[in-house]
Design a protein around this ligand. Structure first.
Ligand code: UDP
Length: 489
């Protein structure tokens, strides 16, 4: 049956993978689409929905878009007290959510009368949604929450296997540059490839990797379009390579800053309940920061998924104390493996150092990064944290954990030169030395280069900037999709 309503307003269905680092940027995009007067359905897990409504200003924020915005929540299939962090935890969320997604998605995509979906914006981690939408001839736009560099690493994996660079040799020089990945071969070392590359130790597991990535690449190239949360000024050469395979690629980031421009506030819309909360933001850290000198505090956070061993916690802590810098550390409730003993250790460690090192559970991160007292960020190099640090003009000390983070930390240290990379080490003396470099001996140089980078990134999301105009084109593209009866795709 031909869709009667298809020439009306676009109705965009947005589906992130239900983890904080994926939900945040896609929620920013949802709000931008509401500002463009699109109908938006945001489909995610009940767990995410509950946390957003409990700990953030989500309800107030989206009450401005009543009639346009709807959040559909489905169970992620895991018990409430499931940890949903670490390698395994994140994978379980992924698997369970995918299996629950199918029926509701099918129902929504089949609806041609009541509220037909005119376009699907789906996380690249949810291929099942892409495939279903393609079957129902609804245009699919793939959203990548990663850096363009990491997207291109994924595109290059099959070639690395075919040319024998993967699996690594027993005596692999991890500091050698990757050879068969055009665009990456000038800066990416073997140790900078995603951690799973190290874990695939034989040819058959690497071939399995190749089989996993080939259909993923095909989905990206066959999709109606690809959105990458980055900008031409940050990753131009890599975006050009991606466009050689996916011509309709929209780089519209950094979305955290872009949303602010579109809202025309010019500053973070962060209140005492940050819109990013997986937990309640502890605002006591803001008054602690108020008492510290300009650019004197190192902010420490490893995002929402990474987990630390007790030994790593102790080495990091000892290094931070040894560096004699002020530091503010966000230790979320599920950060430490074997949480109870980890927390006890931390309590013991922090006695007597409260003036120098302040520990909280969860902070309004963008507000912290924007505080005048913060002069550095010890980060796991998650892509959102990286972009938030760049836009706030804060140099980084990178300690990547998994996934795209190994690539991002190389981008920060070697390509942009706005920070230092501590990957593959967790030793108190190294931590102390590198914190000293970041906060003291190389402070001025790094602050200058990150200020330059912040400036170009911010310009890209202001009117006339590359990301700004790409987003305008994307909005036109989606409007056009809504004008054509969907069955023609
Ligand atoms: N975040 C926050 N408060 C914290 C720690 C993290 O608001 O105490 C937010 C941070 O601003 C970012 C997100 O959580 O937007 C983490 O995303 P990222 O991609 O950096 O890492 P992931 O959690 O996906 O590993």
């Amino acid at each position: 049956m031909e869709n009667q309503n298809s020439s009306k307003q676009p109705h965009v269905l947005i589906i992130p993978h239900p983890l904080q680092g994926h939900v945040n940027p896609m929620l920013h995009l949802a709000e931008i689409f509401c500002l463009a007067n699109f109908n938006v359905t945001f489909l995610s897990s009940t767990h995410i929905y509950n946390h957003l409504t409990l700990y953030t200003d989500f309800v107030t924020r989206f009450s401005h878009y009543t009639g346009l915005f709807e959040f559909k929540a489905i169970p992620d299939g895991l018990p409430d007290d499931h940890i949903r962090a670490g390698d395994d935890g994140a994978q379980q969320v992924c698997l369970q959510f995918k299996s629950n997604l199918n029926p509701i998605l099918k129902e929504m995509l089949d609806d041609e009368v009541v509220n037909p979906v005119t376009c699907l914006v789906v996380d690249g981690w949810l291929p099942v949604a892409h495939d279903l939408a393609t079957q129902t001839h609804i245009p699919v736009i793939m959203f990548r929450c990663f850096s363009a560099s990491n997207v291109w690493v994924y595109f290059s994996i099959p070639n690395l296997v075919q040319t024998g660079e993967l699996p690594f040799k027993d005596d692999q020089d991890m500091d050698g540059l990757v050879q068969n990945a055009p665009g990456l071969d000038s800066f990416l070392r073997y140790r900078d490839l995603p951690r799973f590359c190290r874990e695939k130790k034989d040819m058959s597991s690497c071939q399995a990797l190749e089989k996993l990535f080939e259909p993923e690449i095909e989905r990206n190239t066959k999709a109606h379009a690809l959105i990458v949360n980055t900008c031409q000024e940050l990753e131009g050469p890599l975006l050009d390579l991606i466009r050689s395979r996916c011509p309709n690629t929209y780089s519209i980031g950094p979305l955290n800053a872009h949303l602010r421009t579109r809202l025309n506030t010019g500053q973070a819309t962060l209140s005492d309940k940050s819109s990013k909360g997986q937990w309640e933001g502890d605002r006591s850290c803001m008054s602690w920061l108020d008492e510290k000198p300009d650019k004197s505090v190192l902010y420490v956070s490893f995002g929402s998924v990474a987990m630390l061993e007790r030994e790593q916690l102790i080495e990091l802590w000892a290094g931070l104390v040894q560096s004699q810098n002020y530091f503010l550390w966000a230790v979320r409730p599920n950060l430490i493996i074997g949480t109870e003993s980890g927390c006890q250790t931390l309590e013991e460690l922090s006695v007597g150092t409260r003036d120098r090192g302040y520990i909280v559970g969860w902070v309004p991160q963008e507000e912290v990064l924007g505080h005048r007292a913060v002069g550095g960020f010890l980060t796991h190099s998650g892509w959102n944290s990286t972009l938030e640090s760049v836009t706030a003009g804060v140099p980084m000390l990178c300690w990547p954990y998994f996934g795209d983070q190994q690539v991002n930390s190389r981008l920060v240290s070697e390509v942009w030169k706005v920070g230092l990379d501590m990957k593959d080490t967790c030793d108190r003396n190294v931590v102390a030395k590198m914190v000293g470099d970041l906060m003291v001996s190389r402070k001025d140089e790094l602050l200058k280069s990150v200020a330059r980078l912040s400036d170009v990134a911010m310009r890209s999301v202001n009117e006339g900037g590359t990301s700004y105009s790409n987003l305008d084109h994307l909005i036109q593209d989606i409007k056009q999709c809504a004008q054509s009866p969907k069955r023609r795709y």
